[in-house]
Design a protein around this ligand. Sequence first.
Ligand SMILES: Cc1cc2nc3c(=O)[nH]c(=O)nc-3n(C[C@H](O)[C@H](O)[C@H](O)COP(=O)(O)OP(=O)(O)OC[C@H]3O[C@@H](n4cnc5c(N)ncnc54)[C@H](O)[C@@H]3O)c2cc1C
Length: 395
Amino acid sequence: MKLAFTREEEAFRDEVREFFATALTDELRQAGRLMTSVYSDKDVALAWQKILLEKGWLVPSWPQEHGGTGWSLTQRYIFACERARARPPALSPMGLSMLGPALLGHGTQAQKDHYLPRILSGEDFWCQGYSEPQAGSDLAALQCHAVRDGEYYVLNGTKIWTTHAHYANRMFCLVRTGRFERPQQGVSFLLVNMEDPGVRCEPIRFVSGCATQCTVYFDNVRVPVTEIVGKENEGWTVTKYLLEFERGGGAAAPGLLEAIGNARDLLAALPEADRAAPARRLNDLEVQVHSLELTELRTLAETERTGSPGPASSMLKIQGSELSQAISEVAVELVSLYGMPFQPDAYRLGSNVAPIGPQEAVTAVPFYLNNRAASIYAGSNEIQRNIISKAVLGL
Ligand SMILES: Cc1cc2nc3c(=O)[nH]c(=O)nc-3n(C[C@H](O)[C@H](O)[C@H](O)COP(=O)(O)OP(=O)(O)OC[C@H]3O[C@@H](n4cnc5c(N)ncnc54)[C@H](O)[C@@H]3O)c2cc1C
């Protein structure tokens, strides 16, 4: 195992760092700092997406003929590290990191020709319709169904927690098209036009005040049969491919170190007598983040060698989300009373409303509250622990 970067990789890192330093406008930088969750607003995300597209760095993991960079996993990791340090606004992952790979692996030529360029340009803004009121961790229990009627599927049912459904003009979703012994069978992967009659979307307001997720209702929505990805009843295969595609190259630790740095700025504003206890907690968290960083690097080396991170991706998900939650908790304690006023106008991009207290106090509480979801989405931490117990401990 080798944990040092080569001279070429160091040069690449300088190039990426320089790019972030020059490509991020003041407004985009500010948008990144005002984020209260892992999502940015659509306009900001698309503005940043356009800059990355022009640079040719929008979809590093895609094949080069479709816009990928051809980078090694290590280069992708370096890019992710530098991105975390630069704190740009977040890109919407639904088209770029989820549907795009699914189409690359299982789409027809017509689907690739039509949708891939529109994902890159942002002309289509996608949401992911998997979860339902009674199907989350146990996704195979999904009930939303599509029945064939000539050249259409007729879609009925409900999706929930659908991120950005109210911004999206398209949804990729899993629907039931057949009933078999194994619930994973009989599921199909369908592309739905959110502007079609019968689609209704209701934003869900979270305790943070944000409304980023939605409930989506389908009432006899007619979807052309050409909009199925993969074969009918075999949507599970498409989903599995999609999950495998982006394996490796991610980096949570650099962003967490940034978050600790920000918390230390808040700490410095406290009277000296009050600093010792939170300082100790931040030191302790920093040690844990460095250990996560080493695990990330070890996993990177393993993935370079074997092509798969294996169960380490579950470990990284648990550690990354729990450390992020712990850091955001300290940040809330540090802003103290200034965290109490609810002041969304003070963290809206371009707003001239002055915050009550320091600027960091305005986003600390909504970020903390939204960040509670980090241990639920993308496969809850309990489910990740189940994976580890089976794959590593053999239980
Ligand atoms: C902010 C946010 C964004 C999301 N975005 C999307 C999106 O864009 N598209 C989409 O389709 N979905 C989205 N989701 C939904 C997300 O995927 C689900 O919330 C998640 O899969 C958990 O499902 P659930 O909410 O139904 O909880 P459940 O599956 O009912 O789980 C409830 C609790 O029980 C635990 N649990 C469940 N099964 C087990 C088990 N076998 N062993 C041990 N513990 C278990 C869980 O860990 C959890 O703590 C989002 C969720 C959030 C919070």
